[in-house]
Design a binder for this molecule. Structure first.
Ligand SMILES: [Zn+2]
Length: 122
């Protein structure tokens, strides 16, 4: 897990945009901790909240998550100070995301099985 890799990938959970997608613009997380938390929640990355004050340096979001009204210019490379990602992408084809989803399903199955066993025993 290198820092470079983190820098080059959109932080949104269900997004697979990276620097390989030409002409994709990335935006750093806000330096303000509270606003960084807002961004993390908006893209379903609650795991990032604990490091909210570091996200400015470590994570970026791609242009796909921002509504037209939040751009300051026609080039769409500057965001308004109050911009919040509001467009969430639901599909992803990256192996990394699939791996996480499989793990979550696995945990759910395990909990469910445990409960069922427990109920049977009682
Ligand atoms: Zn993205």
């Amino acid at each position: 897990m290198s820092d470079k890799r983190i820098h080059r990938k959109c932080a949104a959970k269900a997004c697979c945009n990276n620097d390989c997608n030409k002409n994709i613009t990335f935006f750093r997380f806000p330096q303000d901790k509270d606003r960084a938390i807002l961004w993390a929640k908006a893209v379903d990355r609650y795991d990032l909240i604990v490091n909210a004050e570091k996200l400015y340096n470590s994570h970026r979001l791609c242009i796909d998550h921002f509504e037209e009204k939040y751009f300051l210019n026609d080039l769409r490379n500057r965001l308004m100070p109050n911009a919040v990602p509001s467009i969430s992408l639901t599909k992803s084809s990256t192996a990394h995301i699939e791996e996480i989803e499989e793990n979550e399903i696995g945990i759910n199955k395990y909990l469910y099985t445990s409960n069922a066993d427990y109920i049977k025993m009682v």
